[in-house]
Design a binder for this molecule. Sequence first.
Ligand code: ATP
Ligand code: MG
Ligand code: MG
Ligand code: MG
Length: 482
Amino acid sequence: MRTAEIRKRWLDYFAAQDHTVVPSASLISPDPSTLFTIAGMVPFIPYMTGEQTAPWQRATSVQKCVRTLDIEDVGKTTRHGTFFQMNGNFSFGDYFKEGAITYAWDLITRSQDEGGYGIPEDKIWVTVFHEDDEARRLWKKIAGLPDERIQGLGMGPNYWSTGARGPAGPCSEIFYDRGPAYGPDGGPAIDLAGDRFLEIWNLVFMQYERGDGGTKESFPILGELTKKNIDTGMGLERVAFVLQGVDNMYEIDEVFPVIAAAQELSGKRYGADTDDDVRMRVVADHVRSALMIISDGVRPSNEGRGYVLRRLLRRSVRAMRLLGVEDPSLPQLFPVSRDAMQASYPEVGADFERISQIAYAEEEAFRRTLTSGTTILDTAVAAAKTTAGAGGTPVLPGDQAFALHDTYGFPIDLTLEMAAEQGVQVDEKAFRALMQEQRTRARADALAKRTGGVDTAAYEALQSELARPVEFLGYTDATASV
Ligand code: ATP
Ligand code: MG
Ligand code: MG
Ligand code: MG
């Protein structure tokens, strides 16, 4: 079943259960606490917190999402994309646990002839919060699941809250058993990180009001919410790879064509070498994410969303080079991704000229950076190896990483990646300190310019502000501006 069809069935099913179909919000998050929309419920947060009254009691959507936190997993696990689509059904003070579990079970197991996904019942395992006896009882009643296939877990995986005062509550997650070829049996505790049990759907029961303070594992509960909400999220690509009978989410109809194109361009065969396979999956994922992110109005830059986009494009270009393709590759890959995505997102086709020009210009700029910086980096790497000697751990000094960044426009994550490929670490701490010094200097200069001289009071205030520990987020977080 094609991904566009799985998506359509989702919306049709919940529309038939009186849910209003709400179009996907932009990838540019409507909630200021994250750069990108990371889940289907994000556009509905004001209704969940009670800050605004929802215009409907029931809603459903297929939300475009980007999770930069998952970037290092892409291509290595079977199930993490930087871009993915989250199918959601939401109840604002209307149906609760029984309704949510009933709909989920029905849609998953209903035959394909009758509009469902037709997943065999004996493939489904679920988790519940271990104190949520009601959810456990409902799964037994509605789905008839044996005890072994309803597993109780703690706060970490099975409790949701925003981390501050507001709605909170237990979750119940639905897993698909891919069979013994992918790992050990599920009883008495399924391996959540392994490949055998694939998390496809998370049901969140917003039941309580939590207070401020506490930790993720323990916090004050102020009482039951008078209006309880349901928020669910099903990974569209995950269901697609189950229903399409392929091995992972990069092999579904919306993603694989780019892998096929990368094979052709590189002359390498997908499936022949583990490292090359990861590279091809990274390319296919990142090209699609970049396409969707540019479509929503982001341009490459050195900070925030633009930096994430830049990183995705550059990582994809680098992966193609590692596959042996020296010529520009995005002009070969972007049209393929467009063709795979436009059934669900016609705007990507309509706006393709603009989208692709932004991507191609970034590839050109990056090729120039690579040409000028790679020789310098290779020399520094070789020197670090010589300094370390046989048996030592080679470390590239922070000032060299800084020079690469400052003079050659080599972002630190690229230096880290390229050095690591040659078995060399980078003194990130020293690099960070130099970056910080440079920022302090730049701000002091700017102040001096504005005031015509150095205003020492303002400068000192700035100094103490800058003296706060600055967390380095360059590798994992979207907000880094290195
Ligand atoms: P995982 O444990 O596999 O990382 P998660 O628990 O972080 O998933 P949720 O936050 O519960 O995911 O999101 C709801 C659903 O969205 C998941 O059950 C999954 O089907 C899907 N999903 C989450 N992250 C991704 C991703 N990076 N790529 C594709 N689908 C995803
Ligand atoms: Mg996750
Ligand atoms: Mg999970
Ligand atoms: Mg989950």
